[in-house]
Write a protein that binds this ligand. Structure first.
Ligand SMILES: [Zn+2]
Length: 226
């Protein structure tokens, strides 16, 4: 069970041929139901990112910490990491990326979605940015519809953990979570587990995280819509 929380196993994960992504075995069926509702409203709900392993998250984190991947501020402007302190680098990474072992994508209950009907025919690289999901953005109509479905309690158990700025992770309208499982997982994801996973890891700048472990747990793990 602990391994399910930290991306170190995929025994709870299936490869969904329908969505062409790896998901928790209990998520595919409710997601198909939500997809059908979207279809009736004229949208083609697809998954761009599902389950992510611990190693994959470690590679994202360390790439950003070491300057091998772009590090973006909350307006999606690239930052020059040579001008930042280790603590500032950590805060910048955490706007858009989770600490390895502490991503909700490890659970398989959380997905990033888009409306395939909104993609222009000539091809478009989906970026998952605030501009794309803003009311006048390419996925604006899809997310307005989803706002309503969630507000009406008709979203088949899916909700947005990062629906607004809580001072931790930036708002991510595209990130959905399957509440019946994810809420149980979050309850089991204790501060002690978080500290252990960070301490034992090869995470770059982990000394910054461990120095203020309680803060990072509260602000970036526990600080979601409940
Ligand atoms: Zn996500």
């Amino acid at each position: 069970m602990t391994d399910h929380l930290t991306g170190k196993t995929d025994s709870h994960i299936i490869q969904s041929s329908h969505f062409q992504k790896a998901l928790h075995s209990q998520v595919e069926t409710p997601l198909k139901k939500l997809q059908l509702k979207a279809k009736e409203a004229g949208f083609d709900l697809q998954v761009i990112s599902g389950f992510r392993s611990y190693e994959a998250q470690l590679s994202i984190w360390n790439g950003k910490a070491n300057g091998k991947r772009p590090l973006l501020d909350s307006n999606n402007t690239p930052l020059d990491i040579s001008t930042l302190s280790p603590k500032e680098i950590v805060s910048a990474i955490l706007k858009w990326s989770a600490i390895p072992g502490a991503s909700r994508h490890h659970w398989g209950t959380d997905i990033d979605i888009y409306d395939a009907n909104a993609i222009p025919a000539e091809g478009y690289a989906i970026q998952l940015t605030p501009a794309e999901v803003a009311p006048n953005g390419i996925f604006g109509k899809f997310h307005s519809w989803l706002d309503q479905i969630i507000a009406n309690g008709e979203s088949e158990g899916f909700f947005r953990p990062y629906d607004q700025d809580r001072g931790g992770v930036a708002p991510e309208k595209w990130h959905l979570s399957f509440a019946p499982l994810a809420k149980q997982y979050l309850e089991k994801y204790t501060l002690a587990l978080f500290e252990q996973i960070v301490a034992q890891s090869k995470t770059s700048l982990k000394e910054v995280l461990l120095r203020d472990v309680d803060h990072y747990y509260r602000q970036y793990v526990a600080n979601v819509r409940s």
